[in-house]
Ligand binder design. Structure first.
Ligand SMILES: [Cu+2]
Length: 457
């Protein structure tokens, strides 16, 4: 172990850090790495200390660190950023080190971590380490456990990671505004025993929501309930990375929720167990099989499964409004209403307007003019046509023969012949009818026929 001191974890950009030693350097602030891309960055494979399978952050990255004596040092910079939600929409947020959410912090149970936080925001901030067990004065609650960090100042947090698991970080200082502006990130602590519940692929993201009026660039931070951008790592479909997985890999997905509502997260084609929360690991005796797990507000769920079913599997929030991008929430339900007269009246006033909704609202083939910086409500294209999704939706792409460490998009799944739902071209068989000559005492007869009830007798 001693010989490894001064080495660094994974990061080429900190290659000179190996030379850092001695008290004079101990006071120096480590370089703050910046990220200018919203695409998934390769995991930081540990090059010193205990072995672990590093996480991959959807549309994100892991914060490089340096060793300084026994301390693992990180540097977060809180600052205004521009985040691309998906191609065609950029949003002015507050985040850390060039992006929102901030980079994932990754360390090992038992590590001593020293985290420098520099405030480049126009107002004060703090960082709270959600779920971690630490001394009260390191908990980051402005006013309660420490002074707020004023603009231009740097504070230092030092604590020992006493347990492994999936945690989060976010401000506890003008919290409503700063979280509504996107300030958050994930904090992964790997078990000291590299074999403990080890998986082959380990993904992580945090959910956040925004109210951003079409054509604008800034979230409305006072909104309490009526959000219109439902994001994973401040990205929306089709801007959310797919999760590439090798067939039969053991997979973990860690999901944090820092939105204002719960999200039932659903995976197609597999069963999973909830194996951890922000409180720690769930004992195996408490597992039950699921295909959807609700992630409550201010909580983490990590799910584990064996990817034994190849294909492109939808993975999404099951609140269907959360798999849409911005839309008007006051639209009336017009299903079944004739639009002929309405269309004539509307088009006299607005020739470009589209009267829709009388047969449903599928929009796959339509293109409506939209304000700048505004995404279609439902969008994305797959190999069979429009996917008609937005918001919290992506795919787990399970393939044979992916190389370990290869997180590139393998493209659309090639289905074996005869395994895709197909159009029936013949005469459909008559559906079997339920007999209606039931005895007169049957409840069906007891209902009085009226305009809404059809009887076949
Ligand atoms: Cu949701």
């Amino acid at each position: 172990m001693l010989s490894r001191r001064g080495l660094i974890g994974g990061a080429a950009m900190l290659a000179s850090a190996g030379a850092i030693s001695g008290r004079a350097q101990a006071a120096a602030i480590p370089e703050a790495p910046m990220m200018d891309k919203a695409a998934m960055q390769p995991p930081l494979v540990p090059t010193s200390g205990p072995d672990y399978q590093p996480v991959v952050t959807l549309n994100g990255w892991t914060l490089p660190w340096r060793m300084n004596g026994e301390w693992k040092e990180f540097h977060l910079v809180a600052e205004p950023v521009v985040r691309e939600f998906s191609e065609g929409m950029k949003v002015n947020l507050w985040g850390y080190n060039g992006q929102a959410p901030g980079p994932t912090i990754e360390a090992v149970e038992g590590d001593k971590v020293r985290i420098f936080v520099t405030n480049k925001l126009p107002e004060h901030t703090t960082v709270h380490w959600h779920g971690l067990i630490l001394p009260n004065g390191m908990d980051g609650v402005g006013g309660l456990t420490q002074p707020h960090i004023k603009p231009g100042k740097t504070f230092v947090y030092e604590f020992v990671l006493t347990k492994s698991g999936t945690f989060m970080y976010h401000p506890h200082s003008d919290e409503m505004v700063q979280m509504a502006m996107g300030m958050m990130g994930m904090f992964i602590v790997h078990p000291r025993d590299p074999a403990f519940r080890r998986v082959d692929r380990d993904f992580v993201f945090v959910m956040s929501t925004y109210k951003i009026d079409p054509g604008t660039y800034l979230p409305q931070v006072n909104e309490m309930t009526d959000f219109n951008m439902w994001t994973w790592n401040s990205r929306v479909f089709p801007g959310i990375d797919p999760l590439p997985v090798r067939l039969n890999d053991r997979v973990r997905i860690r999901i944090g929720n820092l939105t204002m509502t719960n999200h039932p997260i659903h995976l197609h084609g597999h069963n999973f167990h909830v194996t951890g929360t922000d409180g720690g690991w769930v004992p195996e005796t408490a597992y039950w099989p699921e295909t959807t797990t609700d992630v409550p507000v201010g909580a983490v769920r990590s799910i584990d499964f064996v990817a034994d079913n190849p294909g492109d599997w939808a993975f999404h929030c099951h609140k269907s409004h959360h798999t849409m991008n911005a839309m008007g929430h006051e639209v009336r339900n017009l299903i079944g209403v004739s639009r002929k007269d309405l269309a004539a009246a509307v088009n006299a006033l607005a020739p470009d307007a589209m009267v829709m909704g009388h047969t449903g609202m599928a929009m796959g083939d339509m293109e409506m003019p939209a304000p700048d910086n505004t995404l279609p409500m439902m969008t994305g294209t797959g190999q069979f046509g429009p996917i008609e999704m937005g918001g919290m939706f992506t795919t787990v792409k399970i393939r044979e023969g992916l190389k370990p460490g290869d997180y590139g998009d393998p493209g659309p799944y090639r289905h074996p012949p005869g395994t895709v739902a197909y159009e029936f071209k013949g005469e459909p068989p008559r559906p079997t009818q339920q007999k209606t000559d039931a005895p007169s005492s049957a409840p069906a007869r007891a209902v009085k026929p009226n305009a809404n009830t059809r009887h076949n007798h």
